[in-house]
Each structure stands twice: as structure tokens, then as C-alpha cells.
Design a protein around this ligand. Structure first.
Ligand code: FE
Length: 216
């Protein structure tokens, strides 16, 4: 495994849900009482990552890459500069974003084996399963089995690459554009793109919600 620095967030994913939550609340109360933190600023930060920044940003990036080959090339070469082109700022947990392109021959899947490193500016906050010990270990030990549980069978001939995120390197998958979408506008394409498809645990389907077709 590559060098892995994880000093920027909580590592305590195996503790019962109530423990860390209670500690965070106690800590927040203490910081507010001592005047070290403005609760409104804290609320604004949480609101930003829960509601304003989320996988819809990543979906916009994907749709643009599907319709604009020049943007796609720039995105794969320098994701941080490319997302700024469409008005997204790299910001916290996005400074070292790399975009991995799925093709008929290669399927990419992202994990953080040590904790929960994730590209916040394009995908928002990570889903609970992404932080689970089960996903973090099984994505490496049996990635095809994990994909099967997410609903699709990756054909044996397709190479599966599993990427381990860290504080220095955060990944987003550029999923394949589904067949039959040639007539769709960019915003209609963006609406098809799911969060999981940008983690690599799902394919983009058309119509949205259709059974995932295997990567051919
Ligand atoms: Fe991590």
C-alpha cells in the first residue's frame, strides 16, 4: 500500500454509532461554551457539505466529460483545474483529486482502506457503507464480490482496478456513458449519474434505474 496519511479526520469507524456522535456533541458544546467556535459557522459548514456540495456536482462533471471531449481530456489530466472550469472549487478534501476513466476494458472502483478519504467537492460526504469496515476490507479482498452485491457482474474479461484513497490522493470515477443516450442534453445526462457510479460500485443506466447492463 502506498504511504497513507490520515490525520485529517476521524478514524473511529468501528465504535458504536452512539459513542463518536456523543463525543462530537460534547466537544461541540464545550467549544461553543468557551467561545472558540461559532455554532452558526459550524452549521453553515455542515449544511454546505450535506446540501450544497454533493454528488450532483460530480454528476455535472461527468455529463460535461461525456459531451465535451476536450473537457474530458483536461479532466483526466488535471481534475482540479478542470472542475474549476465549470465553477467548482477543489476546497477541503478535494485538493488532490484524480479522475479515473471507466472503459469497456477497465472498471475502476474506489475505497479508503484505512478510514474514509473521499472527494468531498464532487461527491459530498461519503455514504455510511463507504466508511464501513466490511467495504474497506472486502473491496480489496473480493472486489468482484462487492460489485455483485451492488447489483452487477463484471465480466471476467474486464480488468478491475481498485484505488486506495488517502489524504493526498482522492479519486472519482468517470463512468461510461450508457448506450441510447445520444439524444440527451447535458443536464439530462447529469440526472442519470449516480453517486455510486462515481465511486465505481455501480454503472450508469438508461433509463435511470434500469437493470445494470454488464460492461461489454
Ligand atoms: Fe481515509
Amino acid at each position: 500500500m502506498s504511504s497513507h496519511r490520515h490525520d485529517d479526520h476521524d478514524h473511529d469507524h468501528n465504535a458504536p454509532d452512539t459513542g463518536p456522535t456523543l463525543r462530537v456533541k460534547a466537544l461541540e458544546t464545550l467549544l461553543v461554551e468557551k467561545g472558540l467556535v461559532d455554532p452558526a459557522a459550524l452549521d453553515a459548514l455542515v449544511d454546505t457539505y450535506e446540501h450544497k456540495v454533493g454528488p450532483r456536482n460530480g454528476a455535472r462533471v461527468v455529463a460535461r466529460a461525456w459531451v465535451d471531449a476536450g473537457f474530458r481530456a483536461r479532466l483526466l489530466a488535471d481534475a482540479v483545474a478542470a472542475i474549476e472550469e465549470i465553477g467548482l472549487a477543489a476546497g477541503p478534501q478535494g485538493e488532490h483529486l484524480t479522475v479515473l476513466e471507466n472503459t469497456p476494458a477497465v472498471h475502476n472502483m474506489v475505497v479508503c482502506t484505512l478510514c474514509s478519504c473521499y472527494p468531498w467537492p464532487v461527491l459530498g460526504l461519503p455514504p455510511v457503507w463507504y466508511k464501513s469496515a466490511a467495504y474497506r476490507s472486502r473491496a480489496v479482498i473480493d472486489p468482484r464480490g462487492v460489485l455483485r452485491e451492488f447489483g452487477f457482474e463484471l465480466p471476467a474479461g474486464v480488468e478491475l482496478r481498485v484505488w486506495d484513497s488517502s489524504a493526498e490522493l482522492r479519486y472519482m470515477v468517470l463512468p461510461m456513458r450508457p448506450a441510447g443516450t445520444e439524444h440527451l442534453a447535458e443536464d439530462e445526462l447529469a440526472a442519470l449519474v449516480t453517486r455510486d457510479s462515481m465511486i465505481g460500485t455501480a454503472l450508469v443506466t438508461y433509463p435511470a434505474g434500469a437493470a445494470a447492463r454488464p460492461v461489454k
